[in-house]
Design a protein around this ligand. Structure first.
Ligand code: MV4
Length: 454
């Protein structure tokens, strides 16, 4: 097992990784920008190294500074968390070349899944259902238009190097195709430095359901069930829950098995997530994320498995502790992301947290790195914490989440807590009958009603 792990991240996930390491008897090194000198993970870690000025590109994305910090402190392994360098194949490669273990998948698998065309082709080859569309890149507007006409409108153009919702164009009729295709390519070039575009049949009202998977270095692969992330705004998840209210046990079993089989056949190592769209009783592969995700505690609450500890063990070469027959799914779990933002305008609200109180009690978990007197720096994303709750069923889970939100105090900055309370009171959310567009529609109606009043 590793003696010392360097945490190449910040905020709540840096603290989350530190906690797992500490429980495993592993020393930690926190790296931080000058803006994060007072961060909780920096205070708690055994050692810390300042790696640069506030801007991410000069600190948390500065590969050379991070590798130097690892060398300086004699770390054995590097955990990248989520975001930043977590899905950077070049970083994973360099970490290994410098003699450290990357706590994550092989660089080749990060590359394979980073290209959305090769990811989809791999998924299809390994037996996963994919969304009907172009077999690979759409090479030119003439053949693309012809293909779209044969497939039927609407179609969706996606950037091969995009992902997470960036760089998509819906085409509703033949006459629009050429213009949208040209726009899609030039935007893809400008945003990702790659103008490769592929095409799919557009699904109008799907749910976003993702399966947590895990592989080890001994050829074992498992799934840990799904999370429903259909409650989103501008491609940012707002509430995640498991199990999905849309699935029955047969559908759940089927998609979990397919996901685990894919991972086993690839020889994938570490934690990952396979994202699907679910519409009219059918699953379609969308993307695979080769990192631990923000919402991983939902799965931890449901299964009782520490996913970060498992990542570390698997990276150290140990076999998975859980192999299908000893995984139990209990009750229902839900997570709300707490952002320091105005709950109506979503304008970021950095600043000093005057008073802070985390909710507690039965089935409640608060993953956050903030504390009373902490100053939220303006340089990074606005998520300040996650409130995760567990209940014996969905009803108990929702009641518990509402009381935990009411108990939470984050004074001095605006947060999205009131928004979450409002969502939890909407009939469509209560019944579980919502898709990826539901929240945005509902928020637009709410804003229109508020404008009417004034
Ligand atoms: C789609 C789709 C409808 N049809 N593909 C957005 C994120 C990126 N990973 C893929 N996305 C979508 N792909 C087809 N063929 C709708 C979306 C989509 C979406 C998916 C998941 C969660 C939120 C979303 C919001 C808008 C669009």
């Amino acid at each position: 097992m590793f003696k010392k792990v360097l945490i190449a991240n910040r905020g709540e996930i840096a603290l989350r990784i530190h906690r797992a390491c500490q429980e495993m008897g592993i020393q930690t090194v926190a790296v931080h920008s000058t803006a994060d000198a007072n961060a909780m993970a920096v205070r708690l870690a055994d050692e810390s190294v300042c790696i640069g000025p506030p801007q991410s590109r000069d600190s948390y994305l500065n590969i050379h500074a991070i590798l130097s910090a690892a060398t300086l402190t004699g770390a054995d392994a590097i955990h990248p968390g989520y975001g930043f360098l977590s899905e950077n194949a070049q970083f994973a490669r360099m970490v290994e070349e410098h003699g450290f273990t990357f706590i994550g998948p092989k660089a080749e698998h990060i590359d394979l899944m980073g290209d959305k065309v090769s990811a989809k082709q791999t998924a299809a080859k390994l037996g996963l259902p994919v969304i009907p569309g172009s077999p690979g890149a759409v090479e030119d507007e003439v053949s693309g238009k012809k293909m779209a006409e044969e497939m039927g409108f609407p179609v969706l153009l996606k950037a091969a190097s995009g992902g997470g919702g960036r760089g998509m164009k819906v085409v509703t009729k033949s006459e629009e195709f050429v213009e949208q295709y040209r726009t899609a390519r030039s935007e893809a070039k400008a945003n990702f430095g790659d103008d490769t575009v592929y095409m799919e049949k557009y699904l109008s009202t799907p749910r976003h359901i993702e399966v947590q998977i895990f592989g080890d270095k001994h050829g074992n692969a498992i799934h840990l069930g799904e999370r429903d992330c259909s409650s989103q705004r501008r491609h940012q998840k707002v509430i995640e829950e498991a199990p999905s209210p849309a699935l029955d046990d047969a559908a759940r079993q089927k998609i979990g098995t397919l996901a685990a089989d894919m991972v086993r056949n690839m020889g994938y190592v570490g934690a990952g997530t396979i994202e699907f769209l679910w519409e009219k009783g059918e699953f379609f592969f969308m993307e695979m994320n080769t990192r631990i995700q923000v919402e991983h505690p939902v799965t931890e609450m449901l299964t009782g498995i520490d996913l970060i500890a498992e990542q570390i063990r698997v990276a150290a070469g140990e076999p998975l502790r859980y192999q299908g027959d000893n995984i139990r799914f209990r009750g229902h779990a839900m997570e709300v992301r707490i952002n320091a933002e105005d709950p109506e305008t979503f304008i970021p609200s950095p600043g000093e947290i005057k008073m802070f109180h985390a909710a507690g009690g039965m089935g409640v978990r608060f993953d956050s790195a903030v504390y009373g007197g902490y100053k939220i720096p303006p340089y990074y994303d606005s998520m300040v914490g996650k409130l995760i709750v567990h209940g014996k069923d969905r009803e108990e889970c929702m009641a518990r989440m509402k009381r935990a939100i009411r108990e939470t105090v984050v004074d001095g900055v605006k947060t999205t807590l009131p928004l979450h309370l409002w969502i939890l009171e909407q009939p469509e959310f209560i019944s579980g009958d919502y898709n990826i567009h539901w929240l945005e529609k509902k928020l637009a109606e709410k804003a229109a009603a508020a404008a009417e009043k004034k």
